[in-house]
Design a protein around this ligand. Structure first.
Ligand code: PHE
Length: 352
């Protein structure tokens, strides 16, 4: 019996310490102390077969061994628990000094970015940024710009007219619409940004330099270069002696800064009711023998426009220009289809 106890003690010492998990340790506990078949239990059960003197002896020894085994198990359990905690702590460690993950963010629409860039260029040339309403009166969009009703020039702009709540028989006669403020004005979606010229000159005395970027509307079929709704950039510079040479300089500066390389322009005679003389503006990289690209309409402000805005055309002169902002964007970024800008396609937008 004594030898058996010694054997159990040796086995307990090595095997309990070898347990790698709390589950394994529990198996060891059952192996030595289990109530059914534990090695020590079996010994204690045999005590009754021993002579009384021997019984007390072995009994004491067995009890001490049971206490030792229990202690070994408790100690090793503590070791296993703390190393388990350490590995969890290690695994779940948070390095608070690491940079955070940025949540995904959107950005400005490419056309908005372009408009802001355009504004910066003109601001640096001393221009202010002006605005007018998208819903315009017939007066500002046409009459004040020297385009009376029934004038063939009105066909240059396919117009969205607004259906108006209070139909007035008075403005059935379109000739009367030029009599400003005398009757309910006919409303439309502005077909160009030129009405902002008139609105601005009504409120500001020259010298003046403005651009007016904004949305315009045309009642037209859409294709790769045309949308019914697009942006225009209007420009206006008025003083006592502004000339076409001033215009040339400003517009060349603008294109050069926008496209990031020296640009040159060519003016071809054209017609707009609100400028005289009028031009089409073509541009190309300076010194290149490449094709001229038509990019803008322009001209010297017509005396009738000054008069409509309340300025004396004998005192003031200036240039005006207007161009499509989407067209600038297509050229700047070499984009084939203007409809991409309003497609909402994230794969397209992400590239800007
Ligand atoms: N408003 C004209 C258009 O929409 C462009 C233009 C503006 C032409 C100013 C001359 C001067 O076509």
């Amino acid at each position: 019996m004594h030898d058996e106890l010694k054997h159990i003690e040796n086995a307990a010492e090595t095997e309990i310490r070898a347990a790698k998990t709390l589950d394994e340790l529990e198996e060891r506990r059952i192996q030595f102390l289990g109530r059914e078949r534990g090695a020590l239990t079996l010994i204690l059960r045999q005590l009754k077969n021993l002579a009384p003197a021997e019984r007390a002896n072995v009994g004491n020894e067995a009890n001490r061994l049971r206490e030792k085994v229990e202690r070994l198990i408790d100690e090793h359990a503590a070791v296993l628990r703390s190393s388990a905690r350490e590995s969890i702590l290690e695994r779940e460690r948070i390095d608070v000094s690491r940079p955070g993950k940025r949540p995904p963010r959107g950005h400005l629409h490419p056309l908005t970015k372009l408009i802001r860039e355009i504004e910066q260029i003109f601001l640096s040339l001393g221009f202010a940024v002006a605005e007018g309403p998208d819903v315009e009166t017939e007066w500002y969009n046409f009459d004040a710009l020297n385009i009376p009703a029934h004038h063939p020039a009105r066909d240059m702009w396919d117009t969205f007219w607004l259906r108006q709540k209070i139909p007035s028989t008075k403005h059935q006669d379109p000739n009367k619409s030029k009599i400003k403020n005398l009757e309910t004005p006919r409303l439309l979606l502005r077909t160009h940004t030129s009405p902002v010229q008139v609105r601005y000159m009504e409120k500001h005395q020259p010298p003046l330099r403005i651009i007016a970027p904004g949305v315009v509307y045309r009642y037209e079929a859409t294709d790769v270069t045309h949308e019914i709704q697009f942006h225009q950039l209007e420009g206006l510079m008025v003083d006592r002696d502004i000339s076409i040479a001033n215009f040339r300089y400003v517009i060349e500066q603008f294109f050069t800064r926008l496209f990031g390389k020296a640009m040159e322009v060519r003016l071809r005679p054209s017609y707009f009711p609100f400028t005289e003389p009028s031009f089409e503006v073509d541009m190309r990289a300076k010194g290149s023998k490449g094709a001229w690209l038509e990019i803008s309409g322009a001209g010297m402000v017509h005396p009738n426009v000054f008069k409509a805005a309340g300025l004396n055309p004998k005192q003031w002169q200036g240039f005006a220009f207007g161009m499509g902002i989407e067209r600038l964007a297509l050229l700047k970024w070499k984009i084939p289809d203007v409809r991409l800008f309003h497609s909402g396609d994230i794969r397209f937008l992400k590239q800007f």
